[in-house]
Design a protein around this ligand. Structure first.
Ligand code: 5RP
Length: 221
């Protein structure tokens, strides 16, 4: 099953609550929270307090993507704030295996995110600790960037690797997942779509309509 997770980056609580209300009615599958610290990426966004404030407004899984320099410092507060899934970047200052166990110790799904240029072999010795992999299809930090076409092969290679080893690990894709690219990433093996300004948050387009368009693309495979 391919799932849809709107990407939440804006720090306006009122607007986020309104968005979540509409997106819940449109039956999205999860919410993807972009947590940026201004160090790992050149931008600052949400933190644990905002996740805690939004938690009462939806029962859908909250997926926290830690684009931060020292993710191990954030795992406990983000888990306690109400996240259901947390991914850490392999390129950050992290003991990857320890961080994944730290996430799982809260009963949450654990993921690793990889920048477009990071090779898949980073995952070789942690496969059994993984629930999902977030493949960045843009360089992390900003919404509205261009999709990097080379990442399509990376999705395909990762899917093949999981199939070969009989592993049930989800592949999330993040970065300019537009309506034009959705059929391509699905064809190559993506099963979690992070949908931001490229497909769901389109100016003047009702969220219900944008989500319906994405669902149509998923269903017409
Ligand atoms: O993590 C991100 C950037 O680092 C965003 O989730 C992503 O870019 C989604 O937004 P858009 O559809 O505008 O690309």
């Amino acid at each position: 099953m391919v799932t849809i997770g709107p990407s939440l980056m804006c720090a306006d609580l009122g607007r986020l609550i309104e968005n979540i209300h509409q997106l819940d009615s449109a039956e999205v599958d999860f919410y993807h929270f972009d947590i940026m610290d201004g160090n790992f990426v050149p931008n600052i966004t949400l933190g644990p307090d905002l996740i805690r404030s939004l938690r009462p407004y939806s029962n859908k899984p909250f997926d926290a993507h830690l684009m931060v320099e020292e993710p191990e410092r954030f795992i406990d507060p983000i888990a306690k704030a109400g996240a259901n899934m947390i991914s850490v970047h392999a390129e950050s200052k992290v003991h990857l295996e320890r961080a994944l166990q730290q996430i799982r110790s809260h009963g949450l799904k654990a993921g690793v995110a990889l920048n477009p240029s990071t090779p898949l072999c980073e995952l070789d010795y942690i496969m059994d600790s993984l629930d999902y992999v977030c493949l960045m299809t843009v360089n992390p930090g900003f919404a509205g960037q261009k999709f990097i076409p080379r990442t399509l092969r990376k999705i395909k290679d990762l899917k093949a690797k999981f199939e070969q080893e009989g592993l049930d690990i989800s592949i999330e894709v993040d970065g300019n997942i537009s309506n034009a690219i959705i059929p391509e990433v699905i064809k190559n093996g993506a099963d979690m779509l992070v949908c931001g300004t490229s497909s769901i948050f389109i100016p003047k387009e009702p969220l219900e309509y944008s989500v319906a368009q994405v669902k149509q693309l998923i269903n017409q495979r």
